[in-house]
Write a protein that binds this ligand. Sequence first.
Ligand code: GUN
Length: 285
Amino acid sequence: MATRIDGKAIAASVRSDVAKEVEVLKEKGITPGMAVVIVGDDPASRIYVNNKKKACAEVGIYSEEYALPASTTQEELLALVHELNQKEEIHGILVQSPLPKGLDEKLIVDNIDPKKDVDAFHAVNVGRIMIGDYHFLPCTPAGVIELLDRSGIEIAGKRCVVVGRSNIVGKPMAMLLLHRNGTVTICHSKTQNLSEICKQADILVAAVGKAKFITADMVKEGAVVIDVGMNRDENGKLCGDVDYAAVEPLASFITPVPGGVGPMTIAMLMKNAVSAAKIQNDLPV
Ligand code: GUN
């Protein structure tokens, strides 16, 4: 029987720490500010953006929303990013992805001032993560590390297996575990003997995007299982990449979906927004 890691409670605790930091900054005359840009009318993006704005309000971060039509041109979006780069009261810029067809996401992100890149998607910030010299961490992998830390789970020396190699989750996740002295393996769709490799993991992070992909035979008894997935099962019910019911009896710790990694992503974004405000005011992070 595994201990269920309560991401909702841990995220609330992170947000409460962030709110205290915002208070301290406000006493110094600094109000952290974030611009959230959404282009088009993707319903999932709309929900994410609303949640991000709500989280900003809750922790005392000033936010501005820029909702642009799907017909927005690359030049128009770049012009907005450049304007926000210059805007003093805005410390963090987030361009919600996916962008409508015809807009070059990479080019847009690479035009965000790296000091304001609260997603940590800019090539400069990705590179900084690689060498372990960073202020911003990509929100989801950072949230996973926070869950492990706050659950008292040691990473150093442990065999960590990350399933999935996306730029947003898998790759930075592996890097953060490595920085914490985990022995890290990244698996992906071409990996041979996937089950055997997963079964060696002390800490198994599933970030594949396939419902219930990690089955009980892939998990070692006593493993820590972190589920980054957010999928719908055959009945349309929200589920992760891990077959929770089958894996839970084997694991020592496990994150549920929903209520595990998900709530941490926005909490860590708030943390990055505060770091951005500090950096731009020459304060230690
Ligand atoms: N779309 C889905 N997740 C994210 C995220 O973390 N940041 C941005 N900018 N867009 C997303």
